[in-house]
Design a protein. Structure first.
Length: 116
């Protein structure tokens, strides 16, 4: 069983930065065994994957965020992060943390709004 709690969202001006955190409470398998990902969903849009980090550290990114966003994890703290730089209004969305091993789990989401 995994519970995920996101934090770090908010209002930021275009060109600004935010760092999202996803704190995981896990039982059974260790946090390090989970593939972690960030998704986002803008109003009227489908949920899309932003970034993924595998248990062994390999990362993948969606095309629209590559070079601007960085996903990372601290297994000692049971936490995943999403560093977002050079934000633009198209990045406005609710950002969700996702964990997967044999099952998948979602956080409740955190709002990111990019606006001047």
């Amino acid at each position: 069983q995994v519970q995920l709690v996101e934090s770090g969202g908010g209002l930021v001006q275009p060109g600004g930065s935010l760092r999202l955190s996803c704190a995981a409470s896990v039982s059974g398998s260790p946090f390090s065994a989970y593939t972690m990902a960030w998704y986002r969903q803008a109003p009227g849009e489908q949920r899309e994957q932003v970034a993924r980090i595998y248990s062994y550290g390999t990362t993948t990114y969606g095309g629209s965020v590559k070079g601007r966003f960085t996903i990372s994890r601290d297994n000692a703290k049971n936490t995943a992060y999403l560093q977002m730089n050079d934000l633009n209004p198209e990045d406005t969305a609710v950002y969700y943390c996702h964990a997967r091993r044999n099952q998948e789990y979602w956080g409740q989401g955190t709002q990111v709004t990019v606006s001047s």
